[in-house]
Ligand binder design. Structure first.
Ligand code: KG4
Ligand code: ZN
Length: 387
């Protein structure tokens, strides 16, 4: 079955065609980075307008690259939330119109479920076992979704096709269930990266540039305390780390350096990360290295503690921050040390894309789920139960 996926929850307009939930025939992403970078973050009104401009050409391009016409698509899967409401509505209304005009089934997908399915999709692309084996082995675990909008931990489970637990409705396909174990109480991890980068005039989005510059700094030079919170040990909080950076910069030579960098960036137009690195003092490089180390340490420790508590051996890590090289290295080292299996999507499937929405939608369609004409967008949309 060919599923057309459509994703427009934040600042990427994306469409993809995926066969049987496992073969990516096309995966087109129109980024709005150039629109938002001068503001150091996503401006919702501008994002909606950009989606309106991009949605038709992006879907056409996804079909062209997949070598199919819209008529040959079997169903449409679209992100229904969570996200920016004006952005979500553009993809959703377009998906509804396509599905109604072509008389194809339509299904709404939770953006976070999409990110989790990106890990599964990647594992299936890598192969090595049957799709059902991959589903069963990965989906008895804990999933960390970590991006610019979200930082959440889930317990994930799969009920196999035809298994004793599979409901009659879902007997043709694996069904997945989710329990939220924790989430951020303030900033998402990617949001903290973006805000620190904005403060230090390092550009937008902040994650990739901090990832790169931190390699040249000493993460131990600037002490960052552990994130401590009362209550649920699987909740996150990153605003304190961001504020710690602010206090180390405000009123110091680092603030002056950042202002000079800001003026230089504005005059220079587009700059490469190497140009930027050459304009950062050792203190700035040490500060971003220390900040990144503190965020990554917290993400890895809470996730592995959640996996231990849930008595599972599989950890799925997805979302834009899953591209972070220190995060990947740290999880890989911990996996080796402790015997956990840690799985990531490729960088293209980690950041927002529509292949993950088509892949997640496929299982819903196989389970018989269909959206009717009342399908609408939700700025907040919980995934699964909350523990
Ligand atoms: O998943 P995504 O594309 O969109 C959301 O759903 O938010 O994630 C974007 C976020 C941004 O905050 C960006 O700074 C962060 O992911 N990001 C990274 C890296 N690449 C992207 N953060 C840390 N290190 C990276 N290499
Ligand atoms: Zn996302």
């Amino acid at each position: 079955m060919l599923v057309l996926g459509i994703e427009s929850s934040c600042d990427e307009t994306a469409a993809a065609v995926v066969a049987d939930g496992e073969r990516v025939l096309s995966n087109v992403v129109a980024s709005q980075v150039l629109t938002h970078e001068k503001y150091g973050g996503v401006v919702p009104e501008l994002a909606s307008r950009e989606h309106l401009r991009q949605i038709v050409p992006v879907v056409e391009e996804a079909c062209r690259r997949a070598g199919v016409t819209l008529n040959e698509v079997g169903a449409v899967a679209v992100t229904e939330g969570p996200g920016l409401i004006g952005s979500l509505l553009v993809g959703l209304v377009y998906a509804k119109a396509v599905a109604m005009a072509l008389r194809k089934p339509l299904v709404g997908v939770n953006h976070l479920e999409g990110h989790i399915h990106a890990v599964l999709l990647e594992a299936k692309i890598a192969g090595g076992a049957t799709p059902t084996e991959i589903e069963q082995s990965l989906f008895s675990g804990v999933a960390l979704v970590v991006s610019g909008g979200h930082t959440s931990l889930f317990r994930v489970e799969a009920r196999g096709p035809g298994s004793a637990q599979a409901s009659e409705r879902s007997s043709r396909a694996t069904a997945f269930s989710y329990t939220q174990l924790g989430k951020t109480r303030d900033d998402a991890a990617g949001e903290a990266f973006d805000k620190v980068a904005k403060l230090l005039a390092l550009g937008y989005p902040g994650g990739p540039v901090i990832d790169r510059l931190a390699r040249f700094g000493d993460a131990q030079a600037v002490p960052f305390g552990r994130v401590r919170m009362k209550g649920n040990p699987f909740d996150f909080s990153f605003s304190g780390l961001k504020t710690a950076v602010l206090y180390r910069v405000r009123g110091t030579a680092l603030a002056k350096e950042a202002e000079e960098r800001r003026a230089w960036r504005e005059a220079a137009g587009r700059v490469t990360p190497d140009d930027l690195g050459a304009r950062c003092s050792r203190e700035t490089l040490d500060l971003v290295a220390g900040f990144q180390n503190a965020v990554v340490t917290d993400l890895v420790e809470r996730t592995l503690a959640a996996a231990e508590r849930a008595v599972v051996r599989s950890v799925l890590v997805s979302g834009g921050v899953a591209c972070n090289s220190l995060l990947r290295a740290r999880f890989a080292a911990e996996a080796e040390r402790t015997g956990f299996r840690v799985a990531f999507p490729s960088p293209q499937l980690s950041t927002d894309n529509a292949a993950m929405i088509a892949a997640a939608g496929y299982f819903k369609l196989m389970a018989g789920e269909r959206a009717d004409s009342s399908l609408t967008a939700h700025a907040s949309l919980p995934l699964g139960d909350v523990q």
